[in-house]
Design a protein around this ligand. Structure first.
Ligand code: TYC
Length: 139
């Protein structure tokens, strides 16, 4: 049998794949005298119990860098390359945006990925004795 890969974290409900016959609701033309599996009067037989997952998009979070007067520009560019997969040009643009505007977006991620990146950046800045601040906010 084929295994379907799915992130169970975002499965919110199960919905019937299909209903072949009988949905539990009496319909015009239903003849309860007729022989049915389950006996006369049963209209809910034949409802498929196989379901498909009903998923919803996960909440997304922006990871932000804050400006300060002391962290070297080179270090911020390096952080953006190392933790956010930016190329040098992208990293330079984001760093300069933060430098000029005070705050900038490094990327947008699900909660746990965003939280991990914030912690990695904060630990890395601390180890290197820079006051760089990284935070996250819901999209
Ligand atoms: N303002 C810093 C400087 O002039 C550079 C800087 C940019 C610091 C972005 C933090 O998130 C930052 N050296």
């Amino acid at each position: 049998m084929q295994q379907i890969e799915m992130n169970q974290e975002f499965v919110t409900d199960r919905a019937p794949l299909a209903v072949v016959a009988g949905d539990g609701v009496p319909h015009a033309g239903d003849d309860d005298r007729e022989e049915r599996p389950g006996g006369p009067g049963r209209t809910d037989v034949g409802v498929l119990t196989r379901t498909r997952a009903v998923t919803k998009k996960p909440a997304m979070y922006r990871v932000l860098l804050l400006n300060d007067d002391f962290t070297p520009m080179d270090f911020v560019v390096h952080v953006l390359e190392r933790f956010f997969g930016k190329n040098n040009q992208e990293a330079l643009e984001i760093m300069m945006h933060v430098h000029r505007r005070g705050v900038g977006i490094c990327g947008t991620y699900t909660y746990e990925v965003a939280e991990t990146k914030v912690n990695l950046v904060m630990d890395y800045a601390r180890k290197n004795e820079h006051p760089l601040q990284c935070t996250m906010e819901k999209e």
